[in-house]
Every structure is written in C-alpha cells, then in structure tokens.
Design a protein around this ligand. Structure first.
Ligand code: TXA
Ligand code: MG
Length: 304
C-alpha cells in the first residue's frame, strides 16, 4: 500500500510554510494545486513565476468552510448560494464579485474571484490548519498537463516548490467546473468534476460562455503533452486515421469517469514513453465526459 496520507505534524508544517509565504503543493479531489497564502502578494507572485504563468490569469482561492464565502465574495446571489450548498465541498468553482479584502494579484486584476471548497481530506486539513484562503492553480507549468499525483508535481517542479503533500492519486482527475455567477443567467466557463446536468438541476437555466472566453487560459492550447494527438469519435475512425498516420491507439470512450481519472496520467505517460503520435477515441460529451472531451481537444491544439 502506498496510499498516502500526511501525518498531522506534516500538515502543521505545510500550514507554517504557507504562513511564511512559501509554496505548498497539495492534493485535491480534482488535481494537485500549487498553493500560497491568498493574502500574501509576494507569495502569489511566486506562483506565477514558478508556473511561468501570465499575471493576468486569475487564481482560484480555496477555503475550508462554505460558510466563509462572504469573507471572499462581495455578494452571493441566491443561485450561487444554492450551488455552493449543493456542491461544496466539491469540484466546483464559483466566480463571484470579489470582496475588497481579496488580493487583486490573486484575481489577476479582476473584480471577480474564483472560489472553491475542495473535497479532499488533506486539502481540508491544510486549509483548517492554515486558517485562511489558499490561492492554488493546478501544480503544472503553464500550458502543460495538470498533475494528479504527488510524483507528477515533483517531476514538474523538482525542488522549486517548498513542500509537496502526498495524498495519493486524485479521485476525479480533471479540474473543477467553473460557473460564472456574476451574470443574470449563470454560465459554465469550464466543464469539470460537477456536470452540466448537475448544475442545471440546481440553477435551472445555464448559459454557454459565448465569444472570447472570460476565463483566461480557457481557449488556447492547454493541458498539452509533447505527443501529437488526434481526437476521434469512434474506434473505426481511429483505425482509418492510423492507416495513414501511424501511432498509438487509446480508447477512452467506454467509461467517462475512468477516462477523467486516468486522463492526465495517460497523457504524461505518452511523453514518458516518447510516443510521437496518439489517436484517442473520446467519450460522449455528457456527464463528466464533457470535461474529458474539452481537455482532450485543448491537449490536441497546437499553439498557433
Ligand atoms: O480543480 C481545480 O479548479 C484546480 C484545483 C487545484 O483546485 N485548480 C485549477 O486552477 O484548475 P487553474 O489556475 O489551473 O485554473 C483555474 C482557471 C484559470 O483558467 C483561470 O483563468 C480561471 O480559472 N479563473 C480563476 N479565477 C477567475 C476569475 N476571477 N475570472 C475568470 N477566470 C478565472
Ligand atoms: Mg491549470
């Protein structure tokens, strides 16, 4: 058994690292996050530097108790309240008007803030021990594949991160669903661990983010392995493609939750094995399959 669970002393040490302005990578149910004290601008700037991420790409602020949402949000609409009540702790990020006390370094200069209460015992223990908000993007270099194990984080950053908490592999495997609650009709800006169907059941009408995405980092190539990817809808189609463009076949169509769980490890493994081209059969675009399809297409996009 290698299923990891940091000892209480290690959690306490991680909270102290955060309090001192350090960076702590920690597990969530979606992917590993690279955390810093959300109220310490120098620490936040280190996140951007270490990731190589533009400073106008906002960070999600994580906290441990859904009741604290008013500490970070200036206003919480009834729909946002209902979504938080249903899905927090869980893989849902709500975009809300930012409270004045929220650092504009965390929000990338915006007046909105992404908020999330993660559902992972290690993340919750860390947030509880730290006692404040923790800003955390996925713990990968900008534009690269997100990490779903502590080993992925170490591969990505080596010693440039002050501490990595190992909580074993992430259960969901793809990032949180981002729902913009600042518009009349809420909009899904990024499909993720909570499905559109689940959001609709609580929020009623759900819009589609139209036009240029209001969540930076959503549209360009992202989650990209070095391996060239061709995404197809059926195994038949995959064999057709492979006949003219040889490569490895990966069929992710049978079980969408399993595909989500394994996706980033599979993409990393393609690179580790030096595979030059892979043809991937995508799952159907419903439930968590929508998030898998979204990430596959972004992983396949080449920077223009
Ligand atoms: O599951 C997750 O959400 C993971 C774990 C660690 O919680 N975090 C994560 O963070 O995926 P990141 O930074 O890799 O992706 C967050 C996305 C970014 O594309 C960012 O642009 C968008 O959320 N975002 C955050 N705050 C925003 C805001 N105020 N307005 C628009 N977009 C925002
Ligand atoms: Mg990310």
């Amino acid at each position: 058994m290698t299923a990891a669970s940091p000892a209480p002393a290690e959690i306490a040490r991680a909270a102290a690292v955060l309090a001192a302005g350090g960076l702590v990578a920690f597990p969530t149910e979606t992917v590993y996050g690279l955390g810093a004290d959300a109220a310490n601008d120098d620490a936040l700037l280190r996140i951007f530097a270490v990731k190589g991420r533009p400073t106008d790409h906002p960070l999600i602020v994580h906290f441990g108790d859904p009741a604290d949402v008013g500490h970070y949000a200036a206003t919480v609409s009834p729909v946002a309240e209902a979504l938080a009540g249903e899905f927090w702790p869980g893989p849902l990020t709500l975009l809300l008007a930012a409270h004045r006390r929220v650092s504009r370094v965390a929000t990338g200069g915006r007046e909105t803030v992404g908020l999330r209460v993660p559902a992972h015992p290690v993340a919750l223990a860390l947030l509880d021990a730290f006692g404040g908000g923790v800003a955390a993007p996925s713990a990968n270099r900008f534009g690269r594949v997100s990490p779903t194990t502590a080993a992925h984080v170490r591969d990505e950053f080596g010693g440039t991160v002050d501490m990595v908490l190992d909580g074993g592999p992430c259960t969901v495997g793809v990032e949180s669903t981002i729902v913009d609650c600042t518009t009349e009709v809420v909009q899904i800006l990024r499909p993720g661990g909570v499905t559109r169907e689940q959001i609709e059941a609580i929020a009623g009408r759900v819009g589609d983010a139209a036009g240029p995405s209001r969540a930076p980092g959503m549209l360009e190539s992202h989650y990209a392995p070095r391996c060239r990817l061709t995404i197809v809808r059926s195994v038949t189609r995959a064999h057709e493609r492979l006949a003219s463009d040889p490569g490895e076949l990966l069929d992710l169509s049978a079980d969408a939750p399993a595909a989500a769980h394994d996706l980033y490890a599979l993409l990393r493994d393609l690179d580790r094995r030096g595979v030059a081209h892979a043809v991937i059969v995508e799952p159907e675009r419903r439930g968590i399959g929508a998030a898998v399809v979204d990430r596959l297409h972004k992983a396949a996009a080449r920077p223009g």
